[in-house]
Each structure stands twice: as C-alpha cells, then as structure tokens.
Write a protein that binds this ligand. Structure first.
Ligand code: GLU
Length: 293
C-alpha cells in the first residue's frame, strides 16, 4: 500500500492563528502516525488579497510549531493554465455559462424575489444565484463578452447534478451537525456556484479538487466550516474524472465569546504568540492536541 498523503492548504491572505495551528498539527500528527506524507499547498488564487510576506510567515509559523512538510510546495497561482483547461472541460460538457451581474445586482434580484417569499441561501448563508445569466440570449451573451464586461463562469447545477447522479463521500470526522460515515452530497444546496471569473480563471472549489488529485492527496483534513463544500468538490471530481480522497473535518476553535477565530484576531495569532515567548508545546496545550509519543 502506498503511504497516505495529507496536505495543509492555507491561503496567504493574513497571518495564521491558533485555528490554523490546530489544523496543521492534526495533519502532521495523522501523517506521522500512519507513516504518511504531509504536503503544503499555498492557496493564493486571490491575487488582490494574498501577499508574499504572509506566505513567508506561513513557513516560519509552521516551522516554529515543529511541523515538517515535503520540500516541494505547490503554489496555486503557478497553475492558472491548468485550471483554465478544467474550465474548458466543463464548458465542453455544456455545464458552464457566463453571468454578468455584479454582486449588488444579484442582491437587488434576490431582494425583488424575496417579496414573494423566502429565497434559498447556501450553507455559508449567501443567497443562491437567481439564474438570469442562464437564460441570456446567446447574441446578447456574445455582445457582452465582446464589450469586455466582467463576468463569472457559473456551473449549471441542475445539468451537472443530472449528469453526475447521486454522490457520497467518506467522512472520517464530523460535520457541523455530527454527520459522519458515508455522507450524501448535496451540491444543489449551493445553486449555480462560481467556477471561475473573467479575471481569475478558477475558484476555490475548482482548484482544490484539481490540486488534491494532482498531488495524490488521499486524506483531506480541514475545518468543519468546509464540510458542506465537500458536496461541490465531489460533484467536480466526478465531472472531471478525478479520484475522491477521504475527508476528516475537525471542529473549529472558538474564542472566549464562542466566535470563530479569524485572521484579524490578534491575540490568537501565531506570530504574536511567538513574539510573546510562547513555545510550540504551549500551543499544543492551548489547542488541546497532545504531543504524540
Ligand atoms: N485554503 C483554505 C483555507 O485557508 C483551505 C482549503 C481546504 O483545506 O480545502 O481556508
């Protein structure tokens, strides 16, 4: 049996905090306990928010935690051509369409529909895309593209779902409502998700499934906030002919008021702790992860 492959995949859009330390150390411990490999991936497709100094800080903070990863780090911004090819693959299946509305315009359309009754929201709480782009006349579509208007490429969820059929994933951890075992994927809960944008030829969902497959990742260990995203990941894996890893979602660390930690929560930032003389063993105690024997 080849060794299991784990990965930690932070986005360099801020400094890491204790929640990241938990996820990274859990990946590291699980990899070591199973004689597995640990890969590091820098998820930096959002060129406006990601910064090289945050990326450097990730390496320093992880090393300070005592984590060792394989030397070849995959940086997503180096692979836009590959993601673009996957978008073409979906487009060739007739599953992608451009949508030209701005966020504000979508909010207006949703507000107008909410007059008639409640409008569905995705698992992250955002309203589903009302779908005007799908109905757009092909000539008008071409005219808008020709005019240089910005757009998002969205997945036709109904068509994609029909093509892929029923999907499941193998969950070794727990979802937000304790879902575990073989979980039934519900990608339709996300509506016509954005797969790429005119200015960024990919999205989190698309690049994560491509990279997990290309890096040979067999175990995805990440926070429970991404639990329901796995539905979209299973759908894209199926449409693109990619293998499915097993998943282990872990609970999120909360602050004293029960709030999810964020990259702006200074007190739990790993750099601040390091500067204050805290050591990696203290961090393990703070997050409740014992040092493996
Ligand atoms: N880049 C994502 C984040 O920093 C994690 C993606 C994943 O683990 O699938 O939240």
């Amino acid at each position: 049996m080849p060794p299991p492959v784990f990965r930690f995949a932070p986005s360099p859009n801020g400094y890491l905090h204790l929640g990241h330390a938990y996820s990274a150390l859990l990946n590291f411990d699980l990899a070591r306990a199973s004689d597995g490999r640990l890969l590091l991936r820098i998820e930096d497709i959002d060129r406006a928010r990601c910064r090289p100094d945050y990326e450097q800080a990730i390496y320093q903070d992880l090393a300070w935690l005592g984590i060792r990863w394989e030397p070849e780090v995959r940086r997503q911004s180096d692979h836009f051509a590959l993601y673009r090819a996957a978008v073409e693959q979906l487009a060739a299946q007739g599953l992608i369409y451009p949508a030209f509305e701005s966020r504000a315009e979508i909010a207006r359309q949703v507000a107008a529909r909410q007059v008639a009754g409640p409008w569905p929201h995705d698992p992250d709480g955002a309203p589903l895309y009302p779908g005007a782009g799908k109905q757009l006349d092909p000539d008008e579509r071409d005219r808008l593209i020709g005019s240089g208007a910005p757009y998002a490429l969205r997945l036709d969820m109904t068509a994609a779902r029909a093509l892929a059929g029923d999907l499941f994933w193998d969950e070794r951890g727990h979802g937000p409502d304790s879902e575990t075992g073989m979980v039934s994927a519900r990608p339709e809960a996300w509506g016509d998700v954005v797969i790429a944008r005119k200015e960024t030829p990919t999205s989190y969902h698309l690049s994560v499934v491509i990279d997990d497959a290309l890096q040979g990742v067999t175990e995805v260990v990440r926070g429970a906030d991404l639990f329901w995203s796995t539905s979209v990941h299973r759908l894209l894996q199926t449409l693109l002919g990619l293998p499915a890893p097993v998943y282990r979602h872990h609970p999120l660390l909360r602050d004293g008021e029960g709030r999810k930690l964020s990259k702006s929560s200074g007190a739990t930032g790993l750099r601040a702790l390091r500067a204050a003389g805290v050591g990696s063993e203290d961090v393990r105690k703070m997050i409740g992860l014992a040092t493996p024997a």
